[in-house]
Design a binder for this molecule. Structure first.
Ligand SMILES: NC(=O)c1ccc[n+]([C@@H]2O[C@H](COP(=O)([O-])OP(=O)(O)OC[C@H]3O[C@@H](n4cnc5c(N)ncnc54)[C@H](O)[C@@H]3O)[C@@H](O)[C@H]2O)c1
Length: 249
């Protein structure tokens, strides 16, 4: 892989996004970690810089187009044109659909779906100019199988899958591939919070429903991103790459 290519990761301060940022940074890529959690960004980026990585952080709420564009301007100035985007930032929580407040529905769509739109669209001019780009969205098994008490979450992630497939068609001739990874259960702060609040059973119990009997790790997802963003994956686009231990087949 050409390790000079600049990588943007949203939700880079925690969980899957952090694991992806760490892998690309250790592979020698300049990495921009964008997130709303400034403290975690500072802590995690310092650890990577101590290991010699070239990392930029920016506080970005992906629902705010102006914040994304300001961050991308800083990325271009400090690291160079954007070649790889991992649209990962997301939220999830359980709520009964019958009493779901409109605001809760809207917030889920704003972060998980419109946030992906804001993350991808302003990065495209760099990829078009380079005639090369890689985009990976992080969706969810919830959109594949449906999810009890997470209709709003599953709907947002279904939108991400439809967006991914459509962009794959639209951007293929420009040298840009677009794929999605829909994880099932990955051991991250988000999953642990769902267990802590009783929205998920314990990860040990969930593991009984996973053929490869453990939750995924951020690194499991990062390895798939590494492949999808490599030159070796130039013929892979519009795909759902299920990195899920066989939980959904
Ligand atoms: N962990 C799982 O089991 C699982 C399963 C399926 C899908 N996913 C998806 O994977 C992605 C990453 O989840 P995770 O488990 O690593 O969660 P996480 O909570 O550990 O990390 C998500 C990161 O996104 C950031 N974020 C949230 N809202 C944001 C916003 N508006 N703007 C910018 N950053 C924002 C958070 O601050 C956090 O750092 C999410 O899109 C999630 O839906 C996770």
């Amino acid at each position: 892989m050409n390790s000079q290519r600049v990588v943007v990761v949203t939700g880079g301060a925690s969980g899957i996004g952090l694991g992806v940022s760490q892998l690309f940074a250790r592979n020698g890529h300049p990495v921009a970690m964008l997130d709303v959690q400034e403290g975690a960004l500072a802590r995690e980026s310092a650890a990577l810089r101590d290991q010699g990585a070239k990392v930029l952080t920016h506080r970005v709420d992906v629902t705010d187009r102006a914040q994304v564009e300001a961050a991308y301007a800083a990325v271009r100035d400090n690291l160079g044109p954007i070649a790889i985007v991992i649209a990962n930032a997301g939220i999830s929580h359980a709520a009964d659909f019958q009493t779901l407040p409109v605001e809760t529905w809207q917030r889920m769509i704003d972060v998980n779906l419109t946030g992906v739109f804001h993350t991808i669209q302003p990065a495209l001019p760099d990829m078009v100019a380079a005639k090369w780009g890689r985009i990976v969205t992080i969706s969810s098994q919830a959109a594949q199988s449906g999810a009890q008490d997470r209709a709003h979450y599953a709907a947002s992630k279904g939108g991400v899958i439809g967006l991914t497939r459509s962009l794959a068609r639209e951007l293929a001739a420009l040298g840009i591939t677009v794929n999605t990874i829909p994880p099932s259960v990955v051991d991250t702060p988000l999953a642990q919070e769902s267990v802590r609040t009783g929205q998920f059973p314990s990860l040990d119990i969930i593991s009984q429903a996973i053929p490869i009997a453990r939750p995924g790790t951020p690194e499991d997802i990062a390895f798939a991103c590494e492949y999808l963003c490599s030159d070796k994956a130039s013929y892979v686009t519009g795909q759902e790459i299920n990195v899920n231990g066989g939980m959904y087949i």
